[in-house]
Design a protein around this ligand. Structure first.
Ligand code: SF4
Length: 362
């Protein structure tokens, strides 16, 4: 943004804040570093409407840093009960003890604040800006949403590169005066106008600089966290040839490829006509007596998912002269365990053995 646009951005926001800012919230009244700090921690991952009553009870009971530092953690957690994310309460208490013991106050310097438990860059910025009017930017969820729309940022804000960019924008936009009101204005705008769903752009004081508004793409921002690529799905039909000697037919797989060097049932695509496929594949003189589909099973590889559709094919014993070789063999289901088998073959074999008699399955 050009310098004059930066000025007009903050001016427009401040004018809007003077008329529409949420000045009635309890932490806006007497915003000391302590009171701002407690509110910022409570507001993390929690709605304003939920926080109000907790905040009022908490600050009434622990009216300042020394009260909080001298309380027991149990007392703190008792007042935190129901607000959730209890690590926040424990960190708040621990940070109060450190701040009280080390500085005797909430330290007014960014470098000291950021070292306290539970205080990150944005919370430290909020305490310094809102309570002490110091020039530090804030980048909470509301501000991130506004900035990703203002600059039409087409990437997830959690990427370190994007987060760095957002901090840079947040710093550039900071006005030289009324930093507290400006910071509050950004937060209030995000909560009431530039909302997650259906932002009210027509009444937005900064719509003139908003690229998403210009492009009509407000709904695209912020870009959600990218999902990991879903694994692709493959299918195969495993043919369990069985003869009247209670044997099954196994093939030795090539050394390369999946299950390389292991023994498994022959495979074909799920659309294949099995009778013709058996003839083509094995070129032997036999009769297919029955074909039965068995329940499918799913096997996960690192890069894909394999849905296996097993089919039990009973062939006549007198003609089952499928050529055996080093690479192909008839074997009893019990003996098959002595061969190296991939997990799905093993699973199917167990099912066959559980059926005790292959004929029961056909
Ligand atoms: S114009 Fe709309 S999308 Fe842009 S900052 Fe304002 S409310 Fe948000």
């Amino acid at each position: 943004m050009k310098q004059e646009n930066l000025v007009s951005f903050s001016q427009s926001l401040l004018e809007w804040f003077d008329s529409y800012g949420r000045k009635h919230l309890p932490w806006k009244i007497n915003p000391t570093p302590y009171r701002v700090w407690v509110s910022e921690i409570m507001l993390q991952q929690t709605q304003v409407t939920t926080v109000i009553s907790y905040y009022e009870r908490f600050t009434k009971h622990f009216s300042d840093l020394s009260c909080l530092a001298q309380a027991s953690v149990d007392e703190v957690l008792e007042l935190w009960a129901g607000l959730g994310y209890y690590a926040r309460g424990r960190n708040l208490h621990r940070a109060a003890q450190i701040a009280w013991d080390t500085y005797g106050e909430i330290p007014p310097h960014f470098e000291d604040l950021i070292k306290l438990p539970g205080i990150g860059r944005s919370t430290a910025g909020a305490i310094l800006a809102l309570a002490l009017n110091q020039s530090y930017p804030v980048l909470d969820g509301n501000v991130k949403r506004i900035l990703t729309r203002q600059y039409a940022i087409n990437d997830w804000f959690g990427h370190p590169r994007i987060e760095k960019l957002l901090w840079q924008y947040a710093e550039e936009l900071l006005p030289t005066e009324r930093v507290a009101d400006y910071t509050q204005a950004l937060m209030d705008l995000g909560a009431t106008v530039c909302t997650r769903q259906r932002p009210k752009c027509s009444i937005c004081p900064i719509k003139d600089s908003c690229q998403a508004y210009f492009l009509g793409t407000q709904g695209n921002y912020p870009v959600p966290k990218p999902q990991k690529n879903p694994l692709s799905l493959r299918t195969t039909q495993m043919v369990i040839l069985s003869n009247h000697q209670q044997e099954i037919f196994l093939e030795h797989r090539p050394l390369t490829g999946i299950w390389g060097g292991l023994w498994s049932f022959p495979e074909c695509s799920i659309e294949t006509n099995l009778e013709s496929w058996c003839e083509d594949q094995f070129n032997f003189n036999y009769q297919v007596e029955s074909i039965k589909k068995l329940p499918s099973l799913r096997h996960r590889f690192t890069h894909f998912i394999l849905d296996i559709y097993p089919v039990l094919v009973q062939v006549s014993s007198e003609h089952n002269n499928i050529a055996e070789s080093n690479q192909k063999t008839w074997v009893s289901t019990k003996k098959a365990y002595q061969l190296g088998l991939p997990a799905p073959t093993l699973k199917l074999l167990k099912k066959l053995n559980e059926a005790s008699d292959l004929k029961h399955m056909v």
